[in-house]
Design a binder for this molecule. Sequence first.
Ligand code: PLP
Length: 394
Amino acid sequence: MISQEMYELGSKRSVIREIFEFGKKRAAEVGAENVYDFSIGNPNVPAPESVKRAIIEILEDEDPVAIHGYTSAQGDFDVRKTIAESINKRFKTNFNADNLYMTMGAAASLCACFKAIANSGDEFVTFAPYFPEYRCFVEAMGAKLIVVPAQIENFQIDFDEFEKRINKNTKAVIVNTPNNPSGIVYTEETIVKLADILKAKSKEYGHPIYLISDEPYRELAYDVEVPYLTKYYDNTFVCYSYSKSLSLPGERIGYIVVPDEMEESRKVYAAVCGAGRALGYVCAGSLFQKVAAKCVCDTSDISIYKKNRDLLYDGLIKLGYKCVKPEGAFYLFPQSLEKDAYAFCEKAKKYNLLLVPGDDFGCPGHVRISYCVTTEQVIKALPAFEKLAKEYAK
Ligand code: PLP
């Protein structure tokens, strides 16, 4: 007998995938250039040239057996050291190789952290709108996801609602800034307040409440600073990924930081190693560990995303849509023009506009627009958004 839970998880497609598949079908009917597919968060900006150069250099210069061989379970020592030094330089932290664990991207980083700390009955709190996979990751570890409703005026944290949901079973709080799907970056004020509450509540309950910072979009921020969370709260895990920063989502590479400042840091790091072992997340792809280290100072050309953000945000506001201006990632999260975001997305399909309802992100009445597409597509889509708005104005 197979696991019913896993069967159900594997048998149903996510809403985003459903829309993406619909888009492919529609493209075959009307031509790909006439379908405005804003459904999926796959970077359309190519990886920087330095990635290609790094791959060639590694293949030409290094021992071919070692390139494709196993590294240590937690990742190559020199790679971890190089990345730790680069973080220290940027954020004035004090990490070394032993604070890092290399992973297959942010999803694996999150799962390894969750597995390392979760006991049955534990609660993990997150803030709407949130990345829907959190639920499946948290529940797979036998824990429960608790969602704090969105503060839709600005998508910062609603602290009153947060405090109502924090209790002695709270094991961790997950934050994602810049955020998928709102594109919002938490202000320093928000982070300081969150850290203060976590310190007070950890003391009150007599155990640490961990902060888990899911940051695949850290480098995709437009003219704002993204606070480095270990500097505000000691019991913070950083879950990083190169999927978006270097446009390498298919290569599956990222890391976890467990800072020395964390309570019983070495024990927690050992638990992360144990979680990696139990989940089979050992020895992240060796070639791309080395590429990440060689490209440690590089980022994809985010000016393209910024241009798309400006065109789309300004265009939608002019057409009467309501939207909080995103400062990062490559998503816009406007309100749908009717309460039911599913019905709104269905109407949008008439104009070949593919949008994702906010319900799965814990925020009904909104839609996600992934603008990691060509600028030409953004420009061509604006008249379609106009026709859609006019349908509601009637
Ligand atoms: N967290 C968030 C908020 C994401 O948007 C994504 C991917 O889109 C992930 C985690 C997973 O990232 P990765 O591809 O590095 O596993």
